[in-house]
Design a protein around this ligand. Structure first.
Ligand code: 7RM
Length: 638
């Protein structure tokens, strides 16, 4: 069993890549065999029909992912730190949780779930801050075969309720509140609101964290400390089929309703672990830190499952980069001598703006590898990161991937594949990337630009959208028959390196969070005065993109400032503060096509600051709308 990467040179990479092209099945089965423990081996490696979005890996194998992430490490590294937990407040005591302690905590939590009637296949919703109990709960679900659905603790009551209901979750685990910088989020109160409309929830477990006053509903709510008190730390792992769902994670789509992406057990495990070890070149003893929240896929794959399956030491940070000051990340790197640091472009851009003394006052010499993920990184931010944090000696792995892909797809391999600023680089072994044109033809050759697709299944890909397989087929496998369509545009240079240019659909990535414009429009439309809203993204120097809302009212609001704050509140309540528009413009009309579709292409240009050159507007039903909007803009001094 090896937990480090087999790729040690560029020619190793090429060999692995070619082997994976020639025979994907033997490529993945040899990794699955050498790097993981199985209760029973598979009798077929892969079966697929992409036209039906039917994909299965490691057929009929039996395993439990927590045996791979925890149990098998106990004999070799029981005392090694599995998770370093750094609290929001630097004055509070940090925790270093060894693999043995993690095992005990996960087993006790698993027994707590069982005592509450949770069984294999049941859905459990986790709405929690970044505290160790979130990690325990995720792994405890996996231990007993319950399907976890983590909902990011920044989401509103309505978003939480929608997600709980979509998957008919039986249990909710939350906290009284969550610390984020100087703020406290009243998680239990938000959950209470959500639960007004969630008939499937039978019990709620509440972990005390902030000491915030909460209401406990008799017969439904119980404290974590009480529920876990009498539990033993022995809970045999449930035997799972390779294709049993491991978790559901919601991601925004181009239409209103978020999609519950379903990930399998074995394929996801093999993919998260392989990409972790390969891309970061994790070595025994390294301290690794991914700054994501476990509420997103990056946290699932690269705080928990990937690093733990490799026996790594993974740092989990409760707080935000700006608290108590903007030097917090560098303070933590220094404190724990972090070797591998993985963050998002939006954080890099924000930190690049602040006083350099906050960087220089910390010792960053432990760093070996830097990573970025979530959105395209601009050259300026790439260079700043490389020079000031990496001191010119750390490779930057700009990893492109998605909630749907389960793990990294196109990425440099640290210290091994050449780097080009702003390029995600070459596809990882096992990833058959290609570019397609708008007419459905593959664009061959180098030096091309098109829509990024993947031609062959890989083990980590999502298997379906929870409860709506047809939507899975339509969203990802219908645009280009028998291919997975990513929704991203990309350029490929003369040497075959990919540079992701951004979404080609109605998803906007704000500070690394995917937001569906339709979802935001729905929220704004709830305002009694609003007739119609059109939401687009536009470039923003820190957030990557920001939201611009064009709003048409039936009658003009009496007080425009009140109206704006009412709209912002609606978006906050319905989706969460992250989705709040940066700009709201009242307009007389929205430009529409003859079939009644809003011409977002034009609105995108206006939001980006263009005032002419709107291209062909002849298909518009109301071309005059464009000029009225420009006048509306002028009137508000934009
Ligand atoms: C991991 C994650 C997915 C979308 C994806 C892209 C964008 C992610 C990069 C990137 C350029 C990158 N999952 N994206 N990584 N764009 N370079 N390195 O972010 O489901 O939340 O988002 O994010 O548009 O489709 S996600």
């Amino acid at each position: 069993m090896s937990t480090s990467s087999n790729i040690k040179s560029f020619s190793d990479y090429q060999d692995a890549y070619n082997a994976s092209l020639r025979n994907p099945e033997s490529f993945w089965s040899s990794i699955a065999e050498s790097d993981y423990v199985w209760q029973k081996k598979w009798d077929q490696v892969c079966e697929f029909d992409l036209s039906k979005a039917h994909v299965r890996w490691f057929l009929n194998a039996k395993l439990n992912i927590t045996e791979n992430c925890i149990d098998r490490h106990l004999t070799t590294r029981g005392d090694q730190t599995a998770i370093i937990w750094e609290p929001n407040d630097p004055q509070e005591k940090a925790l270093e949780i060894s693999y043995s302690q993690l095992s005990q905590e996960v087993n006790r939590t698993a027994n707590m779930l069982k005592s509450l009637g949770v069984k294999k296949g049941d859905r459990v919703c986790l709405y929690m801050p970044m505290i160790p109990e979130l990690a325990y709960a995720v792994l405890a679900c996996a231990r007993i075969g319950a399907i976890h659905s983590v909902v990011f603790a920044g989401f509103s009551a309505k978003s939480l309720a929608d997600r709980i209901n979509d998957a008919s979750c039986k249990l909710l685990i939350t906290a009284d509140g969550g610390f984020r910088g100087a703020k406290i989020t009243a998680l239990k109160a938000i959950a209470d609101d959500a639960l007004e409309n969630c008939p499937s929830i039978e019990s709620v477990v509440v972990k005390r964290r902030t000491g915030t006053d909460v209401r406990m509903k008799e017969g439904r709510d119980l404290w974590w400390s009480d529920a876990i008190e009498s539990m033993t730390d022995i809970c045999p792992p449930e035997s799972m089929d390779a294709e049993d769902p491991l978790f559901i994670l919601y991601t925004s789509g181009s239409t209103g309703k978020p999609k519950g992406m379903v990930h399998s057990t074995a394929g996801y495990m093999v993919y998260a672990g392989y990409t972790f070890s390969t891309v970061f070149q994790y070595e025994e003893g390294d301290v690794y830190w991914c700054t994501a929240d476990i509420g997103w896929i990056t946290g699932h794959s690269y705080i928990l499952y990937g690093p733990l399956s490799a026996g790594a030491t993974s740092l989990m940070f409760e707080g935000v980069p700006s608290y108590p000051d903007l030097g917090r990340f560098w303070d933590i790197v220094d404190k724990y001598k972090v070797n591998i640091f993985y963050t998002a472009p939006t954080a890099i851009r924000a930190l690049a703006q602040c006083d350099m003394e906050l960087v220089h006052s910390h010792d960053l010499s432990s760093l070996k590898t830097l990573g970025t993920v979530g959105e395209p990184i601009n050259e300026e931010a790439w260079n700043w990161y490389s020079e000031n944090i990496g001191k010119g000696r750390c490779p930057i792995v700009d990893s492109w991937w998605q909630t749907e892909t389960g793990g990294m797809m196109i990425s440099p391999i640290s210290g091994i594949t050449p780097l080009k600023p702003t390029y995600a680089g070459l596809p990882l072994p096992g990833v058959q990337a290609c570019l397609m044109d708008n007419e459905g033809n593959e664009i061959n050759g180098m030096g091309a630009e098109g829509r990024l697709c993947i031609k062959h299944p890989w083990p980590g890909m999502a298997r379906t959208i929870y409860g709506d397989h047809q939507r899975y087929v339509e969203t990802y496998f219908s645009e280009y028959p028998s291919m997975y369509f990513t929704g991203d545009g990309s350029r490929r240079d003369a040497e075959g390196y990919y540079r992701i240019t951004g979404r080609v659909d109605d998803v906007v990535i704000v500070s690394g969070h995917n937001l569906g414009t339709a979802e935001i429009e729905n929220a704004i439309d709830e305002h009694p005065l609003v007739a119609e809203a059109a939401v687009v993204g536009y470039p923003h120097s820190i957030k990557g993109n920001a939201i611009f809302a064009f709003v048409q009212c039936d009658e003009p609001p009496d007080n425009i400032e009140d109206f704006r704050s009412e709209v912002l509140n609606l978006v906050s309540q319905q989706i969460g503060p992250i989705a709040k528009p940066e700009q709201i413009l009242l307009v007389g009309a929205l430009p529409k096509t003859r079939s009644g579709k809003i011409m977002r292409r034009i609105l995108r240009k206006i939001a980006a600051g263009e005032r002419s050159e709107f291209g062909d507007i002849s298909t518009l039903l109301n071309p005059e709308a464009v000029n009225t909007i420009l006048e509306d803009l002028q009137a508000t001094n934009h």
